[in-house]
Design a protein around this ligand. Structure first.
Ligand code: T46
Length: 139
């Protein structure tokens, strides 16, 4: 089983002038987009993320350059090479994620279904595993 819900590839609208990708909510992204942010200028060797979201749904795409996104649902882990502006990854709630090996030119664009809320983050891996276990008991 794969944790990495890779979205269907975004449609490339290219012509002789170059490339263009359009992203629409509920079509290319499986939710209404409430927030967009992008990570760029990440220093060499830096690792980011190291958290899960309780409820937030996100779709990430490396629109330039590359990085590796590690997804972990508490039982399985998967490394995904993000190096294609047409390839996106769905980060479901309660999936621990870490990003590493950013190329110098990497721009990681993220679409989210909610506004920023620090209380939605689980930034401690032990607490993440406990929350996953608790979820399992409640279902
Ligand atoms: C995620 C991964 C993929 C805000 O004030 N508003 C925002 O919308 C965001 C995303 C961040 N911030 C603040 C919070 C921190 O003080 O910006 C600072 C850096 O955020 P953080 O350390 O959480 O960055 P990353 O790269 O570790 O994680 C980010 C997102 O925060 C997170 O939701 O899933 O990218």
């Amino acid at each position: 089983m794969s944790i990495a819900c890779e979205n269907p590839e975004f449609r490339l609208l290219g012509d002789e002038r170059g490339s263009l990708i359009a992203v629409e909510a509920h079509k290319d992204i499986p939710f209404a987009i409430a927030r967009v942010y992008y990570i760029f200028g990440t220093k060499e060797g830096v690792e980011r993320g190291f958290h899960a979201h309780k409820e937030l749904k996100q779709v990430a795409v490396a629109v330039r350059g590359s990085c590796i996104m590690k997804l972990d649902d508490g039982s399985e882990q998967q490394d995904i090479l993000m190096n294609d502006p047409a390839k996106s990854v769905y980060i479901a709630p309660m999936v621990w994620h870490e990003m590493r090996e950013f190329s110098e030119d990497c721009v990681l664009l993220v679409f989210a279904d909610q506004a920023y809320d620090e209380s939605d983050y689980i930034r401690n891996y032990t607490q993440f595993l406990e929350a996953i276990e608790q979820q399992g008991k409640n279902t």
